[in-house]
Design a protein around this ligand. Structure first.
Ligand SMILES: [Fe+2]
Length: 240
């Protein structure tokens, strides 16, 4: 199992890669002061995640969801049941979620706290209707909104290519040095920054909605190859 840790002032972020049949990345935020943990998009191996936090001396008090898809949520009920953790999700995702426990909803610009650690919620609809990203000090956790040099599809209920374009414009305003963490390790490498993606990710490079829609729709029709490496805007435009 591949595991990485990133140390920050109030928290450390651990990431477990390649979990379950869709090889999801599971993100753990450990707040040093309160010894509490928020797990982002828990799926496939609830007991393993609970045990992992326990062994480190932390209690899982929060589950933060980026979107409703089962490969990001299928252990949320189990963990909430066993730990009493509170489940937080973007308000526009409510109609799509299949979760038994009570949900706390958040909206664009909200700040959520885990002990002394805070995260800003950014609504990024497109992959789903109510998808959100969590921006922490130095790191952003985006679910399937972006992958390394790629992004998620818009083909399931609630998806919208047009909304996805506007979410990409929003993500371009995130500072270049912020590390980007995705729901799946689908690119040519694991670690990247927003700056690196802004200069080589086709979804962020395309600067008008018409080309963006052509690009994404072309991919779903098999006319455009899914990108996994850095491209220039010229190279992306040549694919249209
Ligand atoms: Fe997804």
């Amino acid at each position: 199992m591949k595991l990485q840790t990133f140390d920050e002032k109030t928290y450390h972020l651990d990431i477990m890669y390649h979990q379950g049949v869709y090889e999801n990345s599971i993100h753990f935020i450990f707040d040093h002061e309160s010894k509490t943990c928020a797990i982002v998009d828990p799926a496939w191996h609830g007991d393993l995640f609970i045990e992992y936090a326990q062994k480190k001396g932390y209690v899982i008090t929060d589950i933060w969801l980026t979107h409703w898809h089962g490969d990001h949520t299928n252990a949320a009920d189990e963990i909430a049941e066993k730990t009493g953790a509170k489940i937080t999700v973007g308000i526009n995702e409510l109609p799509y979620l299949d979760i038994e426990h009570d949900l706390t909803t958040v909206n664009d610009g909200d700040t959520i706290a885990l002990g002394a650690t805070t995260a800003t919620v950014i609504n990024t609809p497109g992959h789903t209707a109510g998808g959100v990203c969590y921006l922490l000090d130095g790191h952003i956790i985006v679910g399937d909104t972006l992958f390394v040099y790629g992004a998620g599809h818009c083909s399931m209920p609630g998806g919208s290519v047009h909304e996805f374009y506007h979410s990409m414009q929003k993500l371009k305003t995130i500072n270049d040095d912020v590390m980007l963490h995705c729901g799946h390790d689908y690119g040519c490498k694991i670690n990247t920054t927003m700056g690196e993606q802004k200069s080589g990710n086709a979804y962020l490079l395309l600067d008008n909605e018409r080309d963006f829609v052509r690009f994404v729709e072309g991919m779903s029709q098999g006319l455009v190859a899914y990108p996994t490496e850095a491209l220039s805007l010229k190279e992306v435009q040549a694919m249209l």
